[in-house]
Ligand binder design. Structure first.
Ligand code: DOR
Ligand code: ZN
Length: 407
């Protein structure tokens, strides 16, 4: 039996929690606060095909270290997850790796849309959490840039009540900008090539397809004030449109290229301080529903390559919760905002069953992000050295307790 005594709840009361478990443990939790464990709807755990960047053994430990017990993995693997058979194979590998790790992480998989496998889409309802569309190219080769194919996917998804998640950057605008800035070596050009206009055009197109077909639409990693305005409008019109943002778009901006160089390169790219402010306001106003870490590990040597060869993406699953708790400490977010963003809304939108997973956090613990302590295989963080107030201390995953100081 796990007994957690005198724990603080976010509504200001105290409670005891008893969890039926083979482990016997009593935690005196008067200095800790109870939150639902995090559901991270957006990770790239790199299996199959890119084990050298991450695998589910390292990623599961990184998840627990970050207070996360449910993840949704993206399909841009090698090969990409574009058939039911590949989805089933991927699940087998994941299950074996989680077993080896001794961490029964809850997970769901996104199915990758491409024009050559449309017939598969009607078969995935019970095996995938949704269909992912890359409207613009990113890591891997998955991209859907024709209006005809986009319409077909939205129509099939609506007919089968499958959610569509979009990486909303317009491929044609990205290509025009790439030509315009060709040869530019400064990493900061990334935010000019993948500009706000590219994101806005894609979000507008996706919302118009939802208006036409009624498809449930999830906008991944929303990063600009202009997209927030579009989502707000769609929600006011009662369209089934939901929005995610990321820690890097909340906590980093275009000034970060000067210190982080290639480590600041990701898609969508870093934006302005004005955009950061708009994202925080949109969370408080319930326009943004969820936060996804977009944990996208690449090796340090890959990220040190010059602009053009340096892959896009940052790790983030271990630092997501401390960054949010630190923002709470600074008065930017309430604990209710954090619970809604990291658990409640994702579980509603993706219709997940209730679980018995918790994270116990120490709201007053001050600690620097230490790359040496990270569990992710890539072993670096864009937040390295940053002092944050508010860290997870224990994680309950079903009937298992993880002491994060001993992980
Ligand atoms: O920065 C990114 N990295 N954006 C994506 O869309 C993909 C991801 C990755 O898989 O590396
Ligand atoms: Zn992603």
């Amino acid at each position: 039996m796990i007994n957690i005594l005198n724990i603080n709840t976010i509504d200001g009361t105290k409670k005891n929690l008893q969890i039926a478990s083979a482990q016997d443990h009593t935690i005196h939790a008067e200095n800790l606060t109870l939150l639902p464990a995090l559901t991270d709807p957006h990770v790239h755990f790199r299996i199959p095909g890119m084990d050298y960047k991450e695998d589910w053994r390292t990623a599961a430990r990184a998840s627990i270290a970050g207070g996360v017990t449910t993840v949704f993995d993206m399909p841009n693997t090698l090969p990409p997850t574009t058939t039911v058979a590949l989805l089933q194979e991927k699940k087998k590998i994941i299950d074996a790796q989680l077993k080896e790790a001794g961490i029964p992480l809850h997970y769901q998989l996104f199915f990758g849309a491409d024009k050559d496998h449309l017939a598969e889409l009607s078969k995935i309802k019970h095996d995938a959490v949704g269909i992912k569309i890359f409207m613009g190219c990113s890591t891997g080769n998955l991209v859907v840039d024709s209006d005809e194919t986009l319409s077909a996917i939205f129509e099939i998804a609506a007919a089968h009540d499958i959610l569509v998640a979009v990486h909303a950057e317009d491929e044609h605008i990205l290509n025009a900008n790439k030509a315009k800035y060709q040869g530019e070596k400064d990493y900061a050009v990334h935010s000019k090539i993948r500009d706000t206009h590219a994101a806005v055009a894609a979000v507008e197109k996706a919302i118009s397809l939802t208006r036409r077909f009624g498809t449930r639409l999830y906008i991944l990693h929303m990063s600009t004030a202009e997209e927030v305005a579009l989502i707000q409008q769609a929600k006011q019109q009662n369209l089934p449109v939901y929005a995610e943002t990321t820690p890097h778009h909340l906590f980093l901006n275009t000034h970060s290229y000067a210190t982080l160089a290639g480590k600041a390169v990701m898609n969508p790219p870093l934006r302005s301080e004005k955009d950061q402010t708009a994202l925080f306001a949109a969370i408080r106003d319930n326009i943004i529903d969820t936060i996804g870490s977009d944990h996208a590990p690449h090796t340090l040597s890959e990220k040190e390559k010059p602009y053009g060869q340096c892959p896009s993406g940052v790790p983030g699953i271990e630092t997501l919760l401390p960054l949010l708790l630190n923002a709470h400490q600074q008065g930017l977010l309430s604990l209710q905002n954090i619970v809604s963003l990291t658990s409640t809304r994702a579980r509603e939108i993706f219709r997940l069953p209730a679980n018995n997973d918790w994270v116990l956090v120490d709201l007053n613990k001050k600690m620097r992000v230490d790359e040496k302590k990270l569990k992710t295989k890539c072993a670096w963080s864009p937040y390295a050295g940053m002092e944050l107030t508010g860290w997870p201390r224990y994680v309950v995953l079903g009937d298992k307790l993880f002491d994060l100081e001993k992980l």
